[in-house]
Design a protein around this ligand. Structure first.
Ligand code: UDP
Length: 330
């Protein structure tokens, strides 16, 4: 019984690999190392360097290792890049996922867990956003993920396959044991940018819009600790193995924090103020995005352990310091 983790060298995938090996599972990672890092993969997992779109390779990995579940993280995740290069995003996120799902079906792998996104909701009409809210992605990234959800839904109806798609809200933080964290150098995410500013890697940071219809005028998001996100994947795996049926689940805490709340938390963690400047709104940002997170608790039995913005931020800052030392030493 081996679990195949695609994209296991990436931020979220590497945390999944850690959780699985910590739980005593056999893990094989398929990753082309285009954005991930080999050092982020637990030495207890096997790494196969290659592309998820390579059906021959994926089939070989699955049959040789006796894979009975796939957790699929590999893909491209930068929303503005998806606007600039939609066909690249549909190729990487949709076409290659189709190839992987086809191999999964042919090889009779019964369980598939998919890394989806709250971007499938686009700009929600109201908050919190539940799984049955309107699906109206506003970026090729969101569309590419939604198309994969649909391929899974239709494949599960037609073949012997059960899947769980997890729609991530704003994932942040790092492994409390300091084994992995958000390591992408060209970061755009708020907590990472604020931590880099705290460490002097940026001379200032921008707040994209202070005129939203929110309590302090800045955008509100539901920040979820990466370890809680991963425990939802582990719960999903147990659920499927226990005979659970296919489904889609939001992953967030159901609580919102503003951009200014996050910056305050980073300043508290770092012990000093950072240079924060007002900037125009960023295209495509919904004013608020908060998960309706009842279903994941009720049906998967998810019990988050790290629901604390200050702790999430402290972990992210500690990881950023670790990366800085690593890069200085290189
Ligand atoms: N944001 C910001 N400055 C930054 C990065 C992000 O003001 O340097 C804001 C962004 O406009 C959004 C929120 O922080 O309102 C979260 O953005 P992020 O890119 O982290 O995640 P998203 O919600 O876009 O997936």
């Amino acid at each position: 019984m081996t679990v195949l983790v695609t994209g296991g060298a990436g931020y979220i995938g590497s945390h999944m690999v850690l959780a699985l090996v910590d739980a005593g599972e056999d893990v094989v990672v398929l990753d082309n190392l285009s954005t991930g890092f080999q050092w982020a993969i637990s030495p207890k997992a096997e790494l196969v360097i290659g592309d998820i779109g390579d059906q021959e390779l994926a089939a070989r990995v699955i049959s040789e290792r006796g894979v009975n579940a796939i957790v699929h993280f590999a893909g491209s995740i930068v929303v503005p890049d998806s606007v600039a290069d939609p066909l690249g995003y549909y190729s990487n996120n949709t076409v290659k996922s189709r190839a992987l799902i086809e191999v999964c079906v042919h090889q009779k792998v019964p369980h598939f867990i998919f890394s989806s996104t709250a971007a499938v909701y686009g700009i929600p009409v109201g908050n919190p956003v539940y799984e049955d809210s309107d699906l109206a992605p506003i970026s090729p990234y969101g569309s590419s993920k939604l198309m994969t959800e649909w391929m899974l839904r239709d494949s599960a109806a037609a073949y012997d396959l059960e899947y769980v798609a997890l729609r991530y809200f704003n994932v942040a933080g790092a492994d409390p044991q300091g084994r992995s964290g958000q390591s992408t150098p060209r970061a755009t995410h708020l907590i990472k940018v604020a931590c880099q500013t705290m460490l002097g890697q940026r001379d200032h940071m921008d707040v994209f819009g202070k005129d939203y219809d929110t309590p302090d005028g800045t955008c509100v998001r539901d920040y979820i600790h990466v370890c809680d996100l991963i425990s939802a994947h582990v719960d999903a795996l147990m659920y499927l193995r226990g005979g659970g049926h296919s489904g889609v689940f939001n992953c967030g805490y159901g609580e919102g924090y503003s951009v200014l709340d996050v910056i305050k938390s980073v300043e508290k963690a770092g012990g000093k103020p950072i240079d924060v400047r007002d900037a125009p709104r960023r295209a495509g940002d919904p004013p608020a995005l908060i998960a309706g997170a009842d279903k994941v608790r009720a049906e998967l039995g998810w019990q988050p352990q790290h629901n604390d913005l200050d702790k999430i931020v402290e972990g992210a800052l500690a990881w950023e310091r670790h990366l800085q030392l690593r890069n200085d030493a290189a």
